[in-house]
Structures are given as structure tokens and as C-alpha cells.
Write a protein that binds this ligand. Sequence first.
Ligand SMILES: NC(=O)c1ccc[n+]([C@@H]2O[C@H](COP(=O)([O-])OP(=O)(O)OC[C@H]3O[C@@H](n4cnc5c(N)ncnc54)[C@H](OP(=O)(O)O)[C@@H]3O)[C@@H](O)[C@H]2O)c1
Length: 248
Amino acid sequence: MSDNIAGKVVVITGASSGLGEAAARHLSAEGAAVVLGARRAERIEALARDLAGSGGKALAVETDVTRREQVKRLVDAAVETYGRVDVMLNNAGLMPLSPLERLKVDEWDRMIDVNIKGVLYGIAAALPHMQRQRSGHIINVSSVAGHKVRAGGSVYSATKHAVRALSEGLRQEVKPYNIRTTVISPGVVLSELPNTASDPEVAANLRKMYGDLGISADSFARAVAFAIGQPEDVDVNEILFRPTRQEF
Ligand SMILES: NC(=O)c1ccc[n+]([C@@H]2O[C@H](COP(=O)([O-])OP(=O)(O)OC[C@H]3O[C@@H](n4cnc5c(N)ncnc54)[C@H](OP(=O)(O)O)[C@@H]3O)[C@@H](O)[C@H]2O)c1
């Protein structure tokens, strides 16, 4: 077991698939209690049962991160059940890429609601508990697209740049409360993310790119565990990682 993970209470949004699920499995195996949020309740309930069956502590709470009260309920459930919240992993997100000229305005709205506002609601839900505890760790998930902009990815990139900006401001503001902050920016990692593209041409290109380049979601889980597992006086603020063969 890694130091400083066992016994921690970790809330994970978007835990029903991909990176969030992989983080839940990894951290549970390291001895953390995990509190799983996502809209697909049956998925997180099955995952919680699976982890409990292996001797872990896990709780599933159906959560839509675009609903502030639901994110608060998720974090409050962690505190009610396990007594505290040590880590808030704001991971839920979607990536329906398309060129701006196709005017998929509803998808722009959804990306802003989930990728930005969902992260803010996670911060709002966790921060009061962590301030009271005088300890905690907020981990936000950005992307390589939070560092680079490519045609067809403007809105997604904008949301992921926003996550980095919020994370840096948060980092500075929560110092007095002994709260750690990390922003993790993955490259191409195998998950259900390409399925969120509604444009058939974009979806086909994404599936090919993920097939050619994608690395296992455990790469993300290990990055999360690295940040959490540091001694409490070490604050890992940024992690950017890619598949070795990913050029952009
Ligand atoms: N995979 C990559 O290559 C990659 C690279 C860079 C960054 N990322 C980021 O990593 C994060 C996780 O994505 P992933 O790759 O693991 O994709 P994924 O397999 O599609 O998982 C996305 C997760 O977000 C959840 N989600 C979506 N909308 C939600 C909502 N309104 N409320 C609550 N949960 C919601 C989904 O759960 P439900 O549908 O059950 O609600 C699912 O658990 C995202 O922020 C993504 O932008 C991924």
C-alpha cells in the first residue's frame, strides 16, 4: 500500500466509466474509502458492490454534476458515512467535439455545464468541509486540450483551459486552510469519452485516434494516486501526461 492513501475518504465524480472508474478501483485497492458519483446509478452501484466484495469501503450516490444540490448531497453523504472528505476528484466531463460553424450550441452548453460548472459545484460542495477540517485535497481534471487548442475542439479546449485557471486560483486561495490542489491533464486515454461526439465524422476520427494512441485508464489512476500519496506537506499542483506515441 502507498503511504498516505489508505484510510482517506475520496469522492469521485464521473465514476461510472473510464478514468473515474479506474481511479476508484486503484484507490480502493490502496485502502481508500471511495464515494462514487455519476448519473448511471446502476453502474456505480455495481462498482461499489464489486469494491466492497474485495474488502473495500465504497458508497454510490446517483449524481448529476450540473445540479448543485446533487453534488452537495454526494459530498455530504461522504461526510455522513465516513466522517470526513479528504479528496474531491472533479472528474466528470464530456467531449462532443465539432467545428464551431456546425453550431451545436446545445453541446457547447452541456460542456460548459458539466466540464466547468460541474467542477465549480464540486469545489463548492467540498470546500466548507475541508476548511473546517483544516485539511483536504481538491483534484480537477483538465486535459492536453487545456494546454493546446486545435480546430474542431474550441469549446472543449475552452472548458479545459477554464479548469486550469480555476485550479490555479483555488491553489492560491486555499493555502491558509492547509488544502492541497492538483490539476491533472491527460492525453489520449482509453475510456468512453469518444462516444460523446455526436458528429459522425468527428466520432469516426476520434475512435481511430483512440484506437491508435490510447493508453490504459490506469495511467490516470496512478497519477491521481501519486498526487494523493505524497506526504501532506507536499502539494503536487500539476500533472500533464500523454501516451508516449502521442505527438500533439
Ligand atoms: N479519456 C481521455 O483521453 C481524456 C483526456 C483528457 C481529459 N479527459 C477528461 O477525463 C474526464 C473523464 O472522462 P473519461 O475519459 O473517463 O470519459 P468517460 O468514460 O466518458 O467518463 C465520463 C464520466 O463523466 C460522467 N458524467 C458525464 N456527464 C455527467 C453529469 N452531468 N453528471 C455526472 N457525471 C457525468 C459519466 O457518467 P454518467 O454518464 O454515468 O453520468 C462518466 O462517468 C473528463 O473530464 C474528460 O474530459 C479524458
